[in-house]
Design a protein around this ligand. Structure first.
Ligand code: ADP
Ligand code: MG
Length: 747
């Protein structure tokens, strides 16, 4: 699996860019709950008032506020506000801003004040809140009793119309100090934010008194914050789209490279590897398994960085909003981890079996499609259907099981999330009631909690998906890591030119890698250029095996095969195969035209060459019968020509190459005797200098061969010579011959 990581290398910059974008996206999304809490706290609850430090205060009001400040605090405040009156230079501007200035001087916050808001906040907040509370009491005697008692003195006794503040100012210093301590003691208990929130109505009342439009201020604040939220959402959407694009590009690109490499590797495979991996499995590995990897790359790119950023960022921000509730989130995450762990343990073995089942489905489908005729001829449709149904049902059941498990997971997760929300609401509501928390912060906390839980979920999902992908990754790596058994030598030898095409088998033995016995043992003979060497023997004796060794489809186990005196294992495979025209026992045509199939041997072959080869292969008769001639369509696998026609086209294809060595593996068996004879006559002149290997069961085909090799059932060479010689010396040969021809014919 890890080996496949290098396939991401060409796309490293996309990955890096995606990570950067994800960082942006996560930050934008993490900022949203904070803005929400601002809209609720400041925009709605505080009427858009952001701090307890008003930008302007009437002189009369400021004087009242001074009562509730120490002397240092008064000095601190005075240094940060300046008094504006009708004599000030900017009076005209200021009076427009603060209409109350027309009646009395106004303290306006100066630049130093703006810089020190944090320090001014508690001073101004407490003082203004005290003044505001007393003013309200004075305005409404009904409230006086409750409010007064909460500050520790009974105001209901005061005669109506009493100016509380002049009264306070006239109090003896000691008594005033005591009242101030009582009040500030109450206010000190409030946190900074709650103080601002409590003081906000006081500030708002002051702004109203100054003649400012507070409704508009509130609307502006909400619109501004809302606008920022919109922008953040937009940024997050843009990031998300860009990451989606980048991850899709990366995944599709690396999957293409991977598919290419797997295909290229499979092309290098010798027959040994094809025997090891089944064709069906190789198809699944190149398609379905790579698709799994492609999907996981997308998932990983989107989640593997995003989830931790969200999780960690969410925890940091949530604990800034409320420290007392982290245990709720921890409990929910714990519950989710246990849930996913259980599912993981159940589902993982199933994921492994799914890929194997797809292999089987492929195998059965392929066998069915290629063997359709046979299946029908034997009336085995019912049996095959059952076989297919079985595999299909196994796959469906496993898929269903896994998906049921996954879909059961969703509601349970939702339940956990909802319980978490209720828990936070429950605990948070009490904190809000005790003025320890603001409503907006509670809302933000819930959102952070959801983000944290979601990010854990994403990480956990990855733990579910990764094993499945790693099964696929392993299957692909297995193909990529398989070294073909047959490779070019490190220092290949060149063939002596011109190539004659003499082939020598020298004490050669061969055993299939999965077999206990030698398929061929101790074979030695010399096939001269310009002569025909025939190989004859009963079915399964190793005739096809012997000729498959010449183009190195397999390598010999002992001894060697020499081409013009050079061991074929010391040659480049391409150089060796260039010398050979091979007509396999089961001829294969490709979809296209007759001409395109013949040009498979040599793409630059002229029409005359094709014609001559077709002529020698006795194929012109039926080619000319077709209206399109050489351009006639050939269906996939050569399904639209007869067995004999297919055979002749395969022969013509090998002849187009005009190679020094020609190998016919039972290629004449599909031909009638007359065509067989005509073809061999034509070959005499067409392939005059070539070494011919003819594998056959027919005595008539080999009678005139310069050399006949006779194999017995065990793959041993029991005779070598001409027809005449073998009739005298070789028992096996004579038996075959007598079973086919009458005695007179044999003479
Ligand atoms: P024939 O003389 O009919 O062409 P073959 O050369 O095809 O015979 O087969 C010779 C023997 O080798 C047979 O017994 C066959 O079962 C075995 N054989 C053929 N191909 C393979 C293979 N790919 N793996 C293992 N054994 C094989
Ligand atoms: Mg054979």
């Amino acid at each position: 699996m890890l080996k496949l990581v290098r396939y991401l290398k060409p796309y490293w910059w996309m990955v890096v860019l995606a990570i950067a974008l994800l960082f942006g996206q996560a930050n934008a999304e993490l900022a949203l709950p904070d803005y929400l809490s601002r809209i609720v706290n400041t925009g709605i609850q505080q009427g858009g008032i952001e701090s307890a430090v008003p930008e302007a205060v009437r002189q009369s009001e400021m004087n009242r506020a001074f009562i509730f400040m120490s002397e240092e605090e008064q000095a601190y405040v005075l240094a940060r506000y300046r008094l504006v009156d009708s004599a000030s230079a900017d009076y005209a501007d200021m009076v427009e801003r603060y209409p109350a200035l027309a009646e009395q001087p106004v303290y306006a916050l100066n630049d130093a004040g703006k810089a020190d808001t944090a320090a001014l906040n508690p001073i101004m907040g407490k003082a203004l809140l005290s003044v505001y509370t007393l003013e309200q009491i004075a305005a409404d005697p009904a409230k006086a009793k409750d409010l007064g008692s909460s500050f520790g003195f009974d105001l209901s006794q005061l005669p109506p119309g009493t100016d509380l503040f002049s009264l306070l100012a006239k109090l003896p210093a000691e008594q005033l100090a005591q009242i101030k301590t009582t009040i500030s003691g109450k206010l000190d208990a409030l946190g900074d934010k709650v103080l601002v929130q409590s003081a906000a109505p006081a500030v708002k009342a002051e702004y109203d008194a100054l003649g400012m439009d507070t409704a508009k201020m509130q609307m502006n604040y909400i619109l501004r914050t809302g606008g920022l939220m919109l922008l953040l959402t937009l940024a997050s959407v843009v990031c998300s789209i860009a990451v989606g694009y980048l991850s899709a590009r990366t995944a599709a690109g690396s999957a293409r490279d991977l598919r290419h490499d797997v295909f290229a590797r499979v092309e290098q495979f010798s027959s040994v590897e094809f025997d090891r991996f089944s064709t069906a499995s190789l198809i699944t590995r190149t398609t379905n398994d790579i698709t799994q990897i492609q999907m996981v790359v997308i998932m990983l790119m989107r989640l593997v960085f995003y989830a931790p950023i969200m999780g960690v960022g969410g925890i940091i921000r949530a604990s800034a909003k409320a420290t007392g509730m982290w245990w709720l989130i921890a409990a929910a995450v714990g519950a989710l981890i246990s849930l996913v762990a259980v599912i993981f343990v159940i589902a993982l073995p199933k994921f492994k079996s799914i890929q194997k089942l797809i292999d089987r489905l492929n195998l059965v489908t392929r066998e069915n499609l290629t063997g359709m005729m046979v299946i029908r001829a034997f009336n085995m449709q019912g049996f095959e259907e059952k076989r297919f149904d079985q595999v299909n049902r196994d796959l469906t059941n496993t898929n269903l099981f896994v998906n049921r498990l996954m879909s059961a997971m969703m509601p349970v997760m939702m339940l956990i999330m909802n319980i978490l929300t209720i828990g936070i609401m429950w605990v948070g509501a009490h904190q809000v009631a005790n003025l320890q928390m603001q409503v907006g912060d509670l809302l933000a906390f819930i959102q952070y909690a959801m983000q944290i839980v979601a990010s854990f979920l994403m990480l956990l999902m990855m733990f579910i998906i990764l094993p499945r992908a790693s099964v696929s990754g392993g299957r692909i790596a297995e193909v990529l890591d398989t070294k073909p058994a047959i490779v070019d030598p490190p220092a290949p030898r060149e063939l002596p030119q011109p190539v004659r095409g003499d082939i020598e088998f020298r004490h050669m033995s061969f055993r299939y890698h999965d077999s206990e016995e030698d398929a061929l043992s101790d074979i030695s003979f010399y096939a001269h250029a310009g002569q025909t060497t025939a190989i004859i023997g009963p079915t399964g004796c190793g005739k096809s095996t012997i000729v498959n060794l010449i183009p190195r489809f397999y390598d010999v186990s002992q001894g060697g095969i020499y081409l013009d005196g050079v061991d074929i294992r010391e040659l480049r495979q391409a150089d060796l195969r260039d010398q050979i025209g091979f007509i396999p026992q089961k001829s294969v045509l490709f979809s296209g035209t007759i001409a395109s199939n013949l040009r498979f041997a040599d793409e630059n072959a002229t029409d005359e060459t094709l014609r001559a080869a077709a002529e020698a292969a006795q194929a012109t008769e039926f080619i000319d019968a077709k209206p399109e001639g050489m351009e006639a369509e050939i269906a996939q696998g050569g399904a639209n020509v007869s067995g004999g026609q297919k055979q002749r086209l395969a022969i013509a294809r090998a002849l187009v190459k005009k190679p020094p060595i020609l190998i016919f593996d039972d290629s004449f068996s599909a031909l009638d005797f007359r065509t067989d004879a005509a073809l061999r006559r034509a070959l005499k002149s067409y392939a005059a200098g070539s070494t011919l290997f003819i594998v056959t069961q027919r005595i008539s085909t080999v009678r005139n061969a310069e050399q006949i090799i006779v194999l017995d059932d065990d793959g041993r060479m029991v005779g070598k010579g001409t027809h005449r010689e073998l009739m005298q010396t070789c028992e096996t040969y004579r038996d075959i011959a007598l079973s086919q021809l009458s005695t007179e014919e044999l003479e």
